[in-house]
Design a protein around this ligand. Structure first.
Ligand code: AGP
Length: 615
């Protein structure tokens, strides 16, 4: 997720763009850049780091001024964060300049074709490919910029919100969107474009939000026109008068970043499997795995090292890898692993999971594993982070920045990546039939829609939260694939509501914890139809007979648990190996609502930090 801003009108564009980028930094903050046309020259200033670094650099470099410009704050998906990979990107001629939020899936094939035509590239980004594709179309078809953008985008697969301008026509900016947001602010003979309205709210409250597959040319002294990218047909203008404030916009209208990020999960999962899950071709494509296939297939075992929620995602992967790919897996707390003098050989593959990519214990575990000759594969959410750079190879989650300290979309996107890897290895090892493989691909593709479905229980979950918000202890129970989800649900509640909660394998209750059960103890039981359903139902009966309060997470339409539990929360049916992607949703919402009702600081809970970079 990146932030884009643009302006064309009668004001000095620089301060508008710079302030606008500061307001969009919550969307991405690993590099920033600005391109302006000062009437004579196109000037671009860009740098790794935050918008403040850009401000310092651009005011020193050259006092760029002018009344047309575009700016970008980056959340890297391709190419590590550095000056060269920062946006804006030029075309080869130096005439065209672009900023982009999204992922171009087919950029490699487009780049190959452009290289054949003599184009050169300075960066590793998909965006630089797009601007040169636009230039190539403009030159070969002899069309104006708007038409060139339209033709080029019809060759692109992926997601984008882009703004492009030509220094030879510095009165207009061409914008287009597919899958990433883009708003147009309409002022008095001036136009603003941005990822959301926060950069222009103080100048105008009149906004148009482009829909997917729409584009527009905003031009001085002209009215804006919206067109369909596919067929150039005109789209009726729908100008909204905005009634929201800045803070609401940054949180996407949600009260907290955590809630926003819970609701971003359908898109985050989609962005994470985009370009990797190719259902029509019935293949999974992951360069980091393909390039190291032998290491994975010849491994004696996979050792997962992680902390916190990432450790829970690793525990889910143990079930997936062993069940589907028949590869032995050990899941280790990185903080324990690094000090217990573990046995590590060159036949081991270590998978390090980390949202921030900066967790000190995980980084130390990686270094220890590498020192013993193991191959280390990283699953991170921050491109170019320390762990991403330290590991031998990896696969990024494309969850976008996770601002809330309590990890939510990172968890589900980590599981998505790990599931893709396990399925790819299972296919390579022949431990899964082609029909079962296809079934998993089809079902994984439907998960974002099923997460949307699970999110619809939000108000029902809020009602349950209100009933149990004053409990002093909670138990979370799950079996099989959902045992790690029980642990994760307990962690979510603990870390934002400060209520003590424990996760347990459901069958473990009879080995002690059942002594805790009484009418003061809410027990959240994950009892979806897949897996050991009947055994979980009998665990529920054991709890009920001891007057425990039962909140069941059940498959849509379940009747048995509904009759036994005090409350049930339904999730759509899916394959057993994919249930964690759905059963975690109600647990995230339950902990969120309880914490809000207890007036806790949901996004920045006490004693916690978003990234634990110390031991
Ligand atoms: C989870 O909600 C917590 N914020 C915490 O446990 C976190 O998962 C842990 O610190 C690991 O962080 P990482 O994924 O950035 O390495």
């Amino acid at each position: 997720m990146c932030g884009i801003v643009g302006y064309v009108g009668h004001r000095d564009a620089y301060p508008i763009i710079l302030e606008g980028l500061k307001r969009l930094e919550y969307r991405g903050y690993d590099s920033a850049g600005i391109a302006m046309f000062d009437g004579t020259n196109l000037k671009v200033s860009k740098t790794k780091g935050k918008v403040l670094d850009l401000e310092n650099k651009s005011t020193q470099e050259n006092n760029i001024n002018g009344t047309i410009g575009i700016g970008h704050t980056r959340w890297a998906t391709h190419g590590v964060p550095n000056d060269v990979n920062s946006h804006p990107h030029y075309s080869n001629s130096g005439d065209l300049v672009i900023i982009h939020n999204g992922i171009i899936e087919n950029y490699e094939s487009l780049k190959k074709e452009l290289l054949k035509r003599g184009y050169t590239f300075n960066s590793d980004t998909d965006t630089e490919v797009l601007i040169n594709l636009i230039e190539d179309v403009k030159k070969n078809e002899g069309v104006k910029l708007g038409k060139a953008v339209q033709i080029a985008l019809n060759q692109v697969v992926g997601a984008y919100a882009i703004a492009v301008f030509d220094k030879n026509k510095p009165d207009e900016i061409v914008v287009a969107r597919l899958g990433s947001p883009l708003a147009i602010g309409i002022g008095e003979d001036e136009f603003f474009i941005a990822s959301d309205a926060s950069p222009f709210l103080e100048y105008t409250k009149n906004a148009i939000y482009l829909e997917d597959e729409e584009m527009a040319i905003v031009r001085r002294h002209k009215d804006v026109k919206i067109r369909k990218i596919k067929d150039d047909s005109l789209v009726d203008l729908y100008i909204q008068e905005l009634q929201i404030n800045l803070e609401q916009i940054e949180k996407g209208g949600y009260d907290h970043f955590m809630l926003k990020e819970i609701y971003e999960q359908p898109n985050a999962i989609k962005d994470t499997y985009r370009g990797r899950l190719l259902v029509n071709e019935a293949i999974i494509k992951m360069a980091g795995v393909e390039d190291n296939m032998k290491k994975f297939l010849n491994a004696d075992r996979i050792i997962v090292v992680a902390c916190g929620t990432s450790w829970h995602a690793g525990l889910v992967s143990e079930y997936i890898f062993e069940d589907l790919a028949r590869i032995p897996v050990e899941v280790e707390y990185a903080s324990e692993f690094r000090y217990r003098n573990p046995i590590i050989t060159e036949k081991d593959v270590v998978i390090a999971i980390s949202q921030s990519g900066e967790t000190a214990d995980t980084l130390a575990a990686i270094k220890l594993a590498k020192s013993k000759g193991a191959f280390v594969f990283g699953v991170c959410n921050v491109v170019g982070s320390s762990i991403a750079r330290e590991t031998d190879a990896g696969a990024y989650t494309h969850a976008g920045p996770e601002i809330g300290v309590a990890s939510t979309k990172a968890f589900t996107t980590q599981i998505t990546v790990l599931t893709l890897i396990a399925l790819r290895l299972a296919r390579a090892k022949g431990t899964i039939s082609s029909s079962d493989f296809r079934r998993h691909l089809l079902e994984l593709e439907m998960i974002p829609g099923k997460v949307e479905e699970a999110l619809k229980s939000d108000s029902h979950i809020k009602m349950i939260a209100d009933i149990y918000k004053d409990a002093k202890n909670f138990l979370y129970l799950g079996r099989g694939y959902n045992f790690p989800v029980a642990l994760e649900g307990a962690l979510k509640l603990k870390e934002i509501s400060y209520i003590h909660a424990e996760g347990y394998p459901a069958a473990e209750m009879k080995h002690g914890p059942i002594a805790l059960i009484d009418e003061q103890m809410p027990v959240v039981v994950i009892a979806t139809k897949k897996g050991h359903y009947d055994k979980v139902v009998s665990n529920i009966q054991e709890i009920k007979s001891r007057k425990g309060k039962i909140i069941g997470i059940v498959t849509q339409g379940d009747k048995s648990v509904k009759d036994l539990a005090d409350y049930v929360i339904e999730v759509p049916e899916t394959l057993e190996s994919l249930t964690p992607l759905l059963t975690t949703i109600p647990l995230q919402l339950l902990s969120y609502h309880i914490a809000v009702m207890l007036d806790k600081n949901v996004d920045q809970p006490r004693n916690l930090a978003k990234s634990v970079t110390v031991e």
